[in-house]
Design a protein around this ligand. Structure first.
Ligand SMILES: Cc1ncc(C[n+]2csc(CCOP(=O)(O)OP(=O)(O)O)c2C)c(N)n1
Ligand SMILES: [Mg+2]
Length: 657
């Protein structure tokens, strides 16, 4: 059983009130917050440590010394405002807010859980000023806040934190330009840790002379050491009287505070790749990291004759058990959130492997990535075919239009990013490419509701509605590795239209076997569970698992549900559809998407046009509202899309018809 300890709020108050040199307090508070960040991420099972730790000293400085927020209160109209545009560093921010009593303990203890605090910032959490997580928007939003404060006669500054990789997003440069022209005194802090997802910026897309670039835009720029509190103070003092926009470039270390997570040692230890950007550390790494932080804290406290840190083990029921100071002996992972019974299959892996295999026989195939090569499973392609791989950094719009240019020259580009960023942010560019009638394959990773820990910036439940209306765009989502490989081969070799391939990022919840002889054919699917009382259409491994679970539960109640896997989300073969629903009145559609604009709408349209609709009733189950944050079971349940809820909803509907 993993025992994870937290440092509770009175300990922060004790250290802050201690009669010691005030310059010693901030490093102590920051490390205490690091320890809590580490504990929260470990308990959540995921989260971003490297980025939280590199920003931690600055965030501690801001809330404990620079900003009036804690003093006047987080609801005061004249408060100073801080938020992070990068957003994934929010576990660190939560720790600081908690240490000051601004964030409730019960919520902080539930990072990435339903009813706790989201994996990326959400204004529903006390102290969070802006939603972020989709990179690149923060400077523009901060500019709006400064403008509004001035307009409304309110006091208070606005400080926004940017990642250095985040600066690859073009929106930053629009904001740099307008903030200077509009003379808006927004303060930007750039957490310049020189790394992005898992590689140095200089290997992805270099920033060049950042100071000169910002100055050329008309900004006041100061550079500082981001882990030295007096240097941070000096930087803030040197820009405070500036009438226009100001930037503090803070040289920081990703993973700062835990030796083996610090750049550059961490890169050397892992063949040049940074391991601690996202995800919870394994037990051994957690124990070592926590011990290092605690030992440093206790040693520093002892030097100034203060008691060591007292920490408490947080139990699942929300109670705490006091621990012996320094006790960090941990065992098996017993507190990870309940997970789906995962199969060892990742459809995204099958996608990446298929691309590698196709490369030999399809010379025009090229792959583009937006700093997500590992998540999108294209790192292998990058290593094997470096001349056919384009790393474009965090700039989806640029990547998509570049792909359009590649396609105009006869290449077959496969563009990779998360569905939520690719389909939406670059939608206009995708449309423009489509009008040229060339073929681009858009690999929309992390499609759907699950995983739900990162929160609504990352869960993609609107991408089909954004893409399906393009006349020459086929949207497909495969259910298992076999179907994924077939879909990639079809997209690369056969498709004449553009293809948007939705892929679930996590492990498939169960092994899904396709019927013998099943051939992928546009507009058709296959029956995965026989039945005659109702038909449920679904797609992708997450929702097909829930659909099958519903069918199994209903079978035990004597209700026979036919489950149909239909990977084509905007193409339907009306004859095939007519056959599959023949003799069955009640039809259901399960979306891994909002109920608007995806498979349900497509089927309704096909039924209406073909005339089949007169004999059938259709109900669409989808992600209603914004997707909730939580573990998979919590999120599915909250949206009533888990197998048990679906079974109830289906029976209810069928009996009332
Ligand atoms: C628009 C968008 N594209 C891609 C991502 C995925 N992503 C999250 S963090 C990250 C790297 C960020 O690097 P950096 O800005 O340097 O932040 P650091 O973690 O180093 O603090 C990427 C690519 C995203 N969240 N938003
Ligand atoms: Mg960085």
């Amino acid at each position: 059983m993993t025992r994870i300890q937290f440092i509770r709020r009175p300990e922060f108050a004790r250290v802050w009130a201690a009669s010691i040199d005030s310059s010693l307090k901030l490093p102590l508070i920051a490390d205490m917050c690091r320890a809590n960040t580490l504990a929260a991420v470990k308990r959540a099972g995921s989260g971003h440590l490297g980025s939280s730790f590199s920003a931690m000293d600055i965030v501690t400085w801001l809330y404990y010394r620079e900003l009036n927020t804690a003093r006047v209160g987080i609801g005061h109209p004249d408060r100073d405002i801080y938020f992070s545009s990068k957003g994934h560093d929010v576990p660190g921010l939560y720790s600081v807010l908690y240490s000051l009593g601004l964030l409730e303990e019960s919520r902080f203890m539930k990072l990435r859980r339903h009813g706790g605090v989201d994996g990326h910032p959400d204004v529903g959490v006390p102290g969070i000023e802006a939603n972020s997580g989709s990179l690149g928007m923060g400077t523009s939003k901060a500019k709006g806040m400064v403008w509004a404060k001035r307009f409304l006669g309110r006091k208070g500054r606005v400080v926004v934190m940017l990642g250095d990789g985040e600066l690859q997003e073009g929106q930053n440069y629009e904001a740099f330009q307008t903030a200077a022209h509009q003379q808006i005194p927004v303060t930007v802090v750039i957490d310049h840790n020189k790394l992005q997802s898992d590689k140095p910026l200089d290997e992805i897309i270099t920033l060049g002379d950042l100071e000169a670039k910002l100055r050329a835009f008309g900004w006041k720029v100061v550079r500082t050491q981001g882990h030295d509190f007096s240097a941070i103070e000096h930087a803030f003092r040197s820009i405070e009287s500036e009438p226009g926009p100001r930037a503090i470039i803070a040289d920081t270390i990703k993973g700062r505070g835990v030796s083996f997570m610090e750049h550059p040692e961490a890169l050397r230890a892992n063949a040049g790749k940074y391991r601690w950007h996202a995800g919870a550390p394994d037990d051994a790494s957690f124990i070592a990291a926590y011990a290092e932080l605690r030992q440093r804290l206790d040693a520093r406290l002892s030097e100034v004759s203060l008691d060591p840190i007292h920490s408490h083990e947080a139990m699942e029921d929300g109670t705490f058990v006091a621990n012996v100071p320094g006790d960090v002996a941990l065992g098996e992972d017993g507190v990870a959130p309940p997970r789906l019974g995962a199969a060892a299959e990742y459809v995204a892996q099958a996608f990446g492997d298929a691309l590698v295999d196709l490369a030999a026989t399809v010379p025009p195939l090229v792959v583009l990535d937006g700093d997500l090569a590992v998540d999108c499973r294209v790192r292998k392609f990058e290593e094997l075919f470096p001349t056919r791989f384009i790393e474009n950094g965090i700039s989806e719009q640029d990547m998509v239009s570049m792909a359009g240019g590649l396609a105009r020259q006869g290449l077959i580009p496969v563009v990779n990013s998360f569905a939520s960023f690719l389909a939406s942010r670059a939608n206009e560019q995708i449309y423009n490419n489509a009008t040229e009638r060339s073929k681009v394959i858009y690999a929309c990773h992390y499609a759907g509701l699950i995983p739900a820990g990162p929160g609504k910036s990352h869960q993609s439940i609107r991408d089909v509605s954004l893409l399906a209306a393009l006349p020459n765009m086929v949207v497909v989502q495969p259910v298992n590795s076999v179907e994924t490989r077939a879909a990639v081969e079809w997209a690369v070799r056969e498709a004449s239209d553009n293809v948007a391939m939705r892929l679930v990022i996590g492990p498939s919840p169960r092994v899904i076997t396709l019927p013998a002889g099943y051939q992928l054919r546009v507009g058709t699917g296959c029956v995965l569970h026989p039945g005659h009382d109702a038909v449920l259409f679904a797609y992708g491994p997450v929702m097909i698992h829930e659909a099958l679970t519903a069918a199994e539960k209903l079978a035990a109640q004597g209700f026979s549900l036919k489950v149909v896997n239909l990977p084509w989300l905007n193409r339907t073969d009306a004859n095939w559809l007519g056959e599959v629903i023949s003799g069955i009145e009640n039809l259901f559609v399960l979306e891994d998407h909002a109920p608007v604009g995806a498979l349900g709408d497509q089927l309704l349209r096909t039924l209406t046009v073909s005339g089949h609709g007169r004999r059938h009733r259709v109900q669409v189950f989808g992600v209603e509202g914004f997707p909730v944050c939580g573990n998979p079971a919590e999120a599915l349940r909250a949206h009533q899309l888990d197998g048990a809820s679906l079974a109830e909803r289906i029976v209810h509907q069928a009996r009332t018809s």
